[in-house]
Design a protein around this ligand. Structure first.
Ligand SMILES: CC(C)(COP(=O)(O)OP(=O)(O)OC[C@H]1O[C@@H](n2cnc3c(N)ncnc32)[C@H](O)[C@@H]1OP(=O)(O)O)[C@@H](O)C(=O)NCCC(=O)NCCS
Length: 455
């Protein structure tokens, strides 16, 4: 067999391409929040299969379930009316302004106990099934839940006593870490106990938020039935938000995205407090979680912690900094010759990585029809080996894709292996676009060509 592309009955090509993602997720901690609606949906069984797969790949899973519809159903069955206070006060950063806060008085507690017991049984039994000829065959996942969250009362606000509604006070992270170290899946419910031993009803989103921050999770993932990147009229699209982008406000979302407002706010809070990435993924789309984790394009909305350093298009004030960075590399023959005047002429093609106002890295992107050249990649020696060049390349890959380029190429004399580690493959110089070939100085520098397929 010479190629894996032709197989129609089994997606070998796809499977092989998931390996880098599987490797990168192994031993990483993912906190996954899902609401009571998902527990009631037809997709719940597949969701458990996907979680089992992730657990077997070595992902450390912390699951946080909601239970609002289940509590409501128990209350309705017992003829108890639900009461909610006004939205939470804006001075609480962890609590989104759009949340309704349930008043959990003593009449609600039996419904809460019943809903909680049923949900835990539902989840534990789903993880325990292992019948032959099902995706769970041979699976052995141990789910562990317990008193990991310390709560405090929400108290009396604007004259309303919220009784057994509470807030997260502390998360017992070292105990949870021990369980994850032992290969268990940790299940957190939206409840906590106070130091007086009372039970408090919490926002599941806040439990997930605190767990992700305290466990320093690689990812906090929210599964939501309304997760989408576009407003209903498709006029507004939002694929990625950076937590460092001060111009973004979750308060100004179009109406159709408002159901996501509170989890976007929590995601921003998480990313500003040590969580690397948050994802808001559809709970309605079969396999959206796996697509997010195991494919290049992912799915859903990404909230990124951003970088303490900024990568941005270069401007006139960067010329001196770029020249300072590249001149020693031009002098020792690593980079091809470029004068200050050349740089000024080509400045629109350059991006820089900046820290505290000084240029720590740069790269350029030149487009020839549907191919783009990545050039002049350099990182200041003081800042090397921290992934900065890889970030610059990722930035340019996105830019090249936006310009509908089908491939990216680089000519290099010394960094071929580095480019190969970024996914580039060696190519014949004949593959250079004609116009670039005419300008090329590789004949005397002996540069080699590396290309990256962008399709
Ligand atoms: C190549 C260069 C841009 C990498 O910058 P960086 O920010 O350190 O890169 P990253 O942090 O993303 O990657 C660092 C890794 O690549 C490795 N690496 C660096 N240069 C390499 C090279 N020439 N060949 C193979 N591997 C290399 C490092 O050892 C490190 O490996 P590790 O993660 O196993 O420790 C930087 O070394 C540089 O400015 N070099 C001089 C200019 C140059 O050669 N530019 C490329 C030609 S256009």
């Amino acid at each position: 067999m010479t190629s894996d592309q032709g197989s129609t009955d089994f997606p070998i090509h796809w499977l092989r391409h998931t390996s880098p993602y599987i490797n990168s997720h192994r031993d990483s901690t993912l906190v996954i929040w899902f609401n009571g609606e998902l527990l009631n949906s037809a997709g719940f069984a597949s969701f458990i299969h996907d979680l089992t797969l992730l657990s077997h790949m070595g992902v450390r899973l912390v699951l946080v379930h909601g239970m609002r519809p289940q509590i409501d159903a128990e209350m309705t069955a017992s003829g108890i009316e639900a009461h909610f206070g006004p939205p939470a006060l804006a001075d609480q950063p962890a609590v989104a302004s759009s949340d309704k806060v349930r008043i959990t008085d003593s009449t609600v507690l039996p419904a809460l106990h019943a809903a909680l017991g049923k949900i835990r049984c539902q989840i534990e039994s789903a993880f325990s099934s292992g019948l032959p000829n099902t995706p769970m065959s041979g699976a052995q996942v141990t789910v562990c839940s317990g008193n990991f969250v310390v709560a405090k009362p929400y108290g009396i606000r604007l004259g309303i006593d919220y009784c057994h509604t509470g807030e997260v006070r502390k998360f017992r992270k070292s105990k949870v870490r021990q369980l994850l170290d032992n290969g268990m899946v940790v299940l957190l419910s939206p409840i906590g106990y106070s130091t007086t031993g009372e039970l408090f009803n919490l926002h599941a989103e806040d439990v997930a938020l605190q767990a992700a921050i305290d466990l320093n999770a690689e990812k906090l993932i929210f599964l939501h039935q309304d997760a989408t990147c576009q407003s209903a009229d498709k006029a507004f699209a939002l694929r990625e938000i950076s937590a460092t982008d001060s111009s973004f406000s979750a308060q100004s979302l179009p109406e159709s995205l408002l159901p996501l407002q509170s989890i976007i706010e929590r995601s921003l809070h998480a990313c500003r407090n040590g969580v690397k990435r948050c994802h808001i993924v559809s709970s309605e789309q079969d396999g959206a979680l796996l697509k997010e984790l195991l494919t290049r394009d992912g799915s859903g909305l990404l909230v990124d912690s951003g970088s303490y350093d900024t990568i941005r298009p270069a401007s006139n004030r960067d010329v001196a900094g770029i020249m300072q960075l590249i001149q020693p590399l031009i002098d020792d023959g690593t980079l091809r010759n470029r004068s200050k005047q050349d740089l000024e002429r080509q400045l629109a093609e350059f991006i820089v990585a900046e820290r505290d106002g000084s240029v720590m890295g740069c790269a350029s992107l030149t487009v020839y029809d549907n191919q783009a050249e990545l050039g002049c990649l350099a990182v200041h020696p003081k800042f090397r080996d921290s992934g900065k060049a890889a970030e610059l390349v990722q930035y340019l890959i996105k830019a090249a894709r936006k310009m509908h380029c089908i491939s990216l190429f680089a000519l290099t004399t010394r960094s071929g292996h580095w480019f190969r580690e970024q996914g580039f493959v060696p190519a014949d110089l004949q593959q250079l676009p004609d116009i670039r070939n005419n300008l090329c100085d590789q004949s005397n520098r002996g540069s080699k060509l590396y290309t990256l397929d962008l399709q």
